[in-house]
Design a protein around this ligand. Structure first.
Ligand SMILES: Cc1ncc(COP(=O)(O)O)c(C=O)c1O
Length: 367
């Protein structure tokens, strides 16, 4: 063996690989997985039927342009299907955007507690992730603008953000877009948009439609309940769509995902049920956990960020171990620079009540 061997491009080996949420608790039979922001309602029955119906056709390649799915999305959102691209999860699309617009030496901005895929996708291209400080666990437009240099090519903004659940109003998103240099691509990651119930929020469709440097990414993994299939979509200006179509895998979305995605998109009643469930239990969890004396960051999404004290045996790590022993799996968020917090997905009524009860016991405040 020689000492010379293939070398990665700059940055690759500085990546901390993404660690997904835990899904098991050793020795516990009944587990409630509240660590990956999946929907407790599961997928639409129609999506399951559509998925099954494809099973006899697994020998055939899928439609590489996912036309049926782009048309279904376009129909629901009133968008031109030609400006939509589907991907194997929005992760796929975020990475494609990074690959198309970033190169060695470029910079891409994300915020302090921003979604971890942004620095990973950035470093994979040889570019440098630049962190813009947040205020109150919330993206701050002025601090993003301050981080812009002549090397900036992309700004990634999750709105609402994971794992904080916070969002910025559409006016602020518009101000950000207006103030960025025209050559900087603004990526609005609206993975949780369907859950947001705020009058001043918009996912970004209008900005994409009216500007040349904004794209919006969305996912089927959250409210549509299709995380296992890996399905996402983006809406962008024609020139961005053209660029991404040139580099994406020719069959980057599989046939069962396309079929299930079309059915899920059209089952608006199921989406509405999931939204209603979330609205009710998000408020309940925020209030009940707050009553226990823990701070909960106000969330617009389908999860809450719970802050723990640093007191011995009361820390986030201690709480995580305590909850896991009861089959309640939350998410540690140290990798997001939040070592004193846990993120909890809004679960079923049973799961939500069990977590609040267990947290009460953990804090010695059981009823
Ligand atoms: C903000 C944000 N963007 C994107 C994603 C990726 O979703 P997908 O499953 O579509 O790759 C997630 C998933 O957790 C997320 O939280």
């Amino acid at each position: 063996m020689t000492t010379e061997r293939p070398q990665t491009r700059p940055g690759v080996l500085t990546i901390e690989a993404y660690v997904p949420g835990k899904s098991a608790a050793p020795g516990i039979a009944k587990v409630f997985k509240l660590s990956s922001n999946e929907t407790p309602l599961g997928p639409s029955e129609n999506a399951i039927a559509a998925y099954r119906a494809v099973s006899a056709q697994l020998h055939e390649y899928p439609d590489g342009s996912a036309s049926d799915l782009r048309e279904a999305i376009g129909g629901i959102f009133g968008l031109d299907p030609a400006r939509i691209i589907c991907g194997a999860g929005s992760d796929d699309l975020l990475n494609l955007i990074a690959r198309a617009y970033l190169a060695d030496g470029d910079e891409a901005i994300h915020t302090t507690h921003g979604f971890l895929v942004y620095p990973i996708a950035t470093l994979g291209t040889g570019a440098k992730p630049i962190v813009a400080p947040e205020k109150n666990f919330t993206a701050d437009v002025d601090s993003i603008l301050k981080a812009v240099t002549s090397k900036t090519k992309v700004v990634f903004l999750a709105n609402p953000n994971n794992p904080t659940g916070t969002y910025i109003p559409f006016d602020e998103v518009k101000r950000l877009q207006r103030s960025l240099p025209a050559h900087v691509l603004l990526v609005l990651d609206a993975a949780y948009a369907e859950y947001v119930r705020r009058n001043d929020y918009e996912a970004g469709i209008e900005l994409v439609a009216t500007t040349d440097n904004t794209v919006m990414t969305r996912t089927f993994s959250k409210i549509y309940g299709l995380a296992a299939l890996r399905l996402g979509w983006m809406y962008g200006p024609a020139h961005v769509v053209d660029a991404i179509n040139r580099i994406r895998g020719p069959f980057n979305v599989n046939a069962p995902a396309i079929a299930a995605g079309v059915a899920a998109m059209k089952d608006t009643a199921h989406v509405e049920r999931a939204r209603e469930h979330n609205t009710r239990w998000l408020a309940w969890l925020t209030e009940e956990i707050g009553k226990l004396g823990l701070t909960v960051t106000p969330s617009a999404a389908n999860f809450v960020l719970i802050h723990f004290p640093e007191t011995k045996s009361r820390t986030a790590k201690d709480a995580d171990a305590f909850l896991t022993r009861r089959g309640l799996i939350l998410r540690q968020v140290t990798a997001y620079k939040l070592p004193n917090a846990l993120r909890m997905t809004v679960g079923s009524e049973e799961a939500n009540r069990l977590v609040v009860q267990a947290l009460g016991e953990f804090l010695g405040k059981a009823a």
